[in-house]
Ligand binder design. Structure first.
Ligand code: NAP
Length: 480
């Protein structure tokens, strides 16, 4: 279809005077929904354009910015969190405004945004998790890793969750970096956690933890595991746990051995070295044992009196499928592993957004390089970036080229005049619209106040910050 034909709807118009939009007289007005890394890299890319005058408003449903950097990155990984310094610099630009505690979909709709902006970019991430879909998944003591991560990171929606850390044995299904984070946090000593920005209530709960055995369960072999080497290596350096890897789990099947041999992937060879080194260690009596198992899939979470009592595993072998990927195939060998808690850590998943198409299979919004597609046709003026665009893969830095691609498409559409035609494009109009529906919206200045309170509380207790996790506390702190 000719792109000219696509943009004839009433929401988009071809601007005759190409070049005028994006000039100082007529700034390009962009709404970014979400405030995690992908959202800030969209802002960064726009601010790098010397010949486009742009004003960006960021909408965040939580009272505080930074999305997964604040609520996903593990508290014992402060270096990764330091990326927010870049975001702070972007936010200090007068072309940027923040509307926290404003839910697009509840407080303001996509139609509201279309009345104010030429372009809208959703960078809402992947807010939920994938289910295991096996019997017993709903037993007490069976949780998603994403909930646990959000809980220990002080996410306001998860602060009331509870995890029974009087449990002695824990299974974590999956061997990605989130599984590694969960395993590490469960095995850290109180002393190790005390110097982090972990939520206060989680610190207290973990200090009382009785966990003494943690099993990470990979459905494929070590060659196919999703964790990265830095994260894997760290598991062998914990004060609170001895790492346990069985030598026989590192004996590769023919397909994996061939894949390893044919690969010139140095990190993969290094991974096998690290695992072999772990397998050569004897436990030295640390508080807990942290084991990594391969080629096992859970088929049932076993219960007793409604609570998790174990996990039934089937042994897998690998088979080559179309495209050469090695897939796990169940054998008839089963094993019951006694555990009291189960965390499924098999990937995040995006959630549908009001007024936008959604692909249930991938959990993303259908798009072409960031341009949202409805039945294959671009939705004028609406874009996506980050995990809601590509799915929950990659590290924080992966979002940079991803957001760059989206903004490049947005700029192309500005150049061709295929943008929305907002009725009310004054900057103050937005504040009025938001205030009318959410008087408790949080500006970037407000965030600075929250940040100052948190870091001051942190200084007093030798921690980077003490997070405010209750929305009422946040508002009370701002009013006070
Ligand atoms: P991930 O890397 O995709 O790992 C998911 C794991 O779940 C894989 O081991 C996968 O095995 C397994 N899995 C999927 N479906 C399963 C099933 N039905 N049964 C058993 N196992 C199953 O996802 P993630 O750990 O949630 O991480 C998301 C992204 O964030 C990743 O890109 C990760 O690197 C990144 N991250 C980075 C850091 C860091 O840099 N420190 C920290 C956290 C997260 P298969 O491979 O067989 O599918």
């Amino acid at each position: 279809m000719n792109r000219r034909d696509i943009f004839t709807g009433h929401l988009a118009r071809r601007i005759a005077t190409v070049g005028v939009l994006g000039s100082p007289d007529r700034p390009l007005r962009v709404a970014v929904v979400g405030s995690g890394p992908a959202a800030f890299y969209v802002v960064e890319r726009f601010f790098k354009q010397k010949d486009v005058t742009v004003e960006i408003d960021m909408f965040e449903r939580l009272p505080v910015p930074f999305g997964l950097v604040r609520f996903g990155v593990a508290p014992d990984h402060p270096k990764i969190k330091s990326v927010t310094k870049v975001y702070e610099r972007l936010a200090a630009d007068e072309r940027f405004r923040f509307f926290g505690n404003v839910h697009v979909g509840t407080h303001v709709s996509l139609s509201d945004l279309k009345r104010h902006y030429h372009q809208i970019c959703y960078a809402t991430g992947a807010q939920t998790d994938r289910p295991l879909g096996i019997p017993g998944d709903d037993l007490e003591g069976s949780h998603s890793a994403t909930e646990f991560v959000a809980w220990y990171n002080g996410h306001p929606d998860f602060r009331e969750h509870s995890f029974d850390l009087s449990a002695r044995r824990v299974a974590i299904v999956g061997v990605g970096n989130v599984a590694v984070d969960v395993a590490r946090i469960l095995c850290r000593t109180e002393a190790e956690l005390q110097s982090t920005d972990i939520a206060d209530y989680a610190l207290a709960a973990l200090a009382e933890s009785k966990v003494e055995e943690v099993w990470m369960l990979g459905r494929r072999g070590p060659v196919q595991a999703a964790f990265t080497n830095t994260e894997l290596r760290e598991l062998g350096e914990l004060d609170g746990a001895d790492i346990v890897v069985q030598r026989q789990d590192l004996v590769l099947d023919r397909l994996s051995a061939n894949a390893l041999e044919a690969s010139d992937d140095r990190p993969l060879a290094k991974r096998m070295e690290i695992l072999a080194q772990f397998a050569g260690r004897d436990p030295i009596g640390k508080r807990a044992r942290l084991g990594i198992r391969f080629l096992v899939s859970p088929v049932e979470i076993l219960g007793q009196d409604g609570r998790v009592a174990g996990i039934r595993l089937v042994r897998n072998r690998l088979e080559e499928r179309d495209g050469g990927a090695l897939k796990p195939v169940a054998t008839d060998e089963f094993e019951d592993l006694p555990v009291d808690l189960v965390f499924r850590s098999i990937g995040y998943r995006g959630v549908p957004l009001d007024g936008l198409p959604f692909d249930e299979w991938s959990g993303t919004i259908p798009n072409d390089e960031g341009r949202v597609l409805d039945d294959g046709d671009p939705v004028p003026g609406v874009y996506v970036a980050g995990w809601i665009k590509r799915g929950p893969t990659g590290v924080i830095g992966t979002n940079k080229p991803d957001s760059r691609e989206t903004v490049n498409r947005m700029l192309e559409d500005v150049a061709s005049g295929t943008v929305l035609d907002p009725e009310e494009s004054g900057r103050d109009d937005v504040v009025e619209t938001v205030r009318a529906v959410q008087p408790d919206f949080i500006s970037y200045d407000d965030w600075h106040k929250i940040d100052a309170l948190e870091t001051k509380a942190g200084e007093e207790s030798g921690r980077p910050r003490v997070k405010l996790t209750d929305m009422e506390d946040v508002l009370a702190a701002l009013r006070g």
